[in-house]
Design a protein around this ligand. Structure first.
Ligand SMILES: Cc1cc2nc3c(=O)[nH]c(=O)nc-3n(C[C@H](O)[C@H](O)[C@H](O)COP(=O)(O)O)c2cc1C
Length: 453
């Protein structure tokens, strides 16, 4: 079951270890609005499984440990007149296509514990694990928002019910994964024994929210069973991840916030008798990598200038001063800078003010990505490497999930301009340690339910 001797990361500080890197594959174009219209981008990437396979191959060339596909489930189509939906056509089908085109990289997708039957999730993720020879990871999230629930004809349940169900769904799925014993599949053509019947057993799981008789009909993969990821920020999320997850897909704008989140997940793992190093906290990082800051800013302007009108009005709230969208080419005046106060309602505001005080024009301030979903690097590769090193060594991250601005060339830019610097600094591996996701993460062996939790 659990073999803790395989967990080599017993040092609670991150300094002696190497970081993990994941790639956010998203809708196939990239993380910036306008990515689908960039020169050199196939405008049909949204429906192209070949494009996803190529992008995953680029990440594998950069030795990324995994790719990550978020899922709505059920994208909101508010900007559909001008923008692609944020999500994938179907995360499992995409990962199946990618599995056949890659050899090492881990394949992680979101699967909602609220809007799926556990038996279906169990078979899909374990089949992907078999197909990819042990590279599957399941980002088990509870989902939020009534717009998602509406696609299932429902209202979003309370946090208590979402997380109550999630605890049961993960246990049930891990029980199903373990219901086909590790050595049960014999497939001996001479003796005629296909499998050991005594090692393929029902699970008879019945909880408050979900149940299953089992067994599942799928044998173990090279890594036994898929790895559990989680994404969520509430105390209930800490508890769920602390109990089950080997990695957390996070979101944090400052080192202090990331450290606090990482600490909360590690403490939760300890409460379940686990080694805190078994749970890796992986916040996001968005990138526009170019030869210098000016070139990178110009690329971001080309990508996102159609949003600037709307973003200037939001920036006014972040800085608590009036701004004029007609003066995009000018820096803020001395008076504006003197009056500006970072909003306490948006954690990105202090950083936005810092950039404004450096004297950049209004459009350059926006092009720095001060209103994006994660910290943003707009500049040469060394700036990304410095950011990652600083967070990693401060105990704020065990790795990063990278959202390039445009996938068609942004993944290659990261692999060519950032990865070699991290490798030279000894912060990132030079090659894959093995072929399974469990090996890439240094996660302990587990088959079936972890008996400690
Ligand atoms: C970094 C990050 C990534 C997330 N990715 C997804 C996702 O792919 N699909 C989804 O339905 N929800 C996703 N969520 C939302 C979570 O499922 C959850 O509903 C949300 O964080 C609220 O959870 P809470 O009740 O713990 O605060 C994500 C959350 C975070 C912080």
């Amino acid at each position: 079951m659990i073999n803790s001797s395989k967990d080599q990361n017993s040092n609670p500080s991150t300094s002696s270890k190497q970081m993990l890197i994941g790639l956010h594959l998203g809708n196939g174009y990239g993380s910036q609005p306008g990515a689908w219209r960039m020169p050199g981008v196939d405008p049909e990437s949204y429906t192209s499984f070949d494009a996803r396979a190529r992008q995953a191959q680029a990440a594998e060339r950069g030795k990324f440990q995994f790719i990550f596909l978020p899922d709505g489930p059920g994208a909101v189509m508010s900007d559909i007149a001008t923008e692609s939906p944020n999500f994938n056509l179907d995360v499992m089908m995409t990962l199946a296509a990618v599995a056949r085109a890659t050899e090492y990289i881990g394949l992680v997708a979101t699967g909602s514990t609220t809007f799926n039957e556990p038996f279906n999730l169990a078979k899909q993720f374990k089949a992907l694990d078999i197909m990819s020879h042990g590279r599957a990871g399941w980002n088990a999230v509870t989902s939020s928002g009534n717009d998602v629930a509406a696609n299932y004809g429902r209202k979003i349940p309370s946090s208590e019910d979402r997380y109550g169900r999630a605890h049961e769904v993960i246990q049930l799925i891990q029980a199903l994964w373990g219901s086909w014993g590790k050595d049960a599949w014999v497939h001996n053509q001479h003796t005629g024994q296909f499998a050991k019947e005594s090692q393929i057993l029902p699970i008879y799981f019945q909880g408050k929210y979900v149940g299953s008789r089992g067994p599942l009909y799928i044998p173990p993969s090279e890594q036994g069973q898929p790895i559990i990821f989680h994404a969520g920020g509430s105390p209930n999320a800490h508890e769920l991840a602390g109990r089950f997850a080997n990695a957390v897909i996070g979101s944090a704008f400052t080192i202090e916030d990331a450290r606090a989140q990482r600490h909360a997940f590690r403490e939760a793992a300890k409460r379940y008798g686990r080694d805190p190093d078994e749970i890796k906290y992986i916040p996001g990082l968005m990138t526009t990598i170019a030869k210098d800051r000016r070139t990178a800013l110009d690329r971001r302007i080309l990508l996102t200038q159609h949003t600037f009108g709307q973003r200037v009005s939001y920036l006014q709230q972040m800085l608590s001063i009036p701004l004029d969208a007609a003066l995009l080419d000018q820096p803020l005046s001395k008076q504006q800078l003197a009056d500006a106060r970072p909003s306490r309602y948006d954690p990105r505001s202090s950083h936005a003010l810092k950039i404004a005080k450096e004297g950049w024009s209004l459009k350059d301030i926006l092009a720095h990505g001060v209103i994006d979903y994660h910290p943003v690097i707009v500049g040469p590769g060394i700036e990304a490497a410095d950011h990652m090193q600083e967070w990693f060594e401060a105990g704020a991250a065990d790795g990063f999930w990278i959202s390039p601005d445009v996938n068609a060339d942004g993944i290659d830019a990261f692999a060519d301009e950032v990865v070699p610097i991290l490798q030279q600094r000894g912060l990132f591996h030079k090659d894959y340690e093995g072929k399974t996701l469990r090996e890439h993460l240094g996660a302990p062996d587990q088959y079936g339910i972890d008996p400690r939790v």
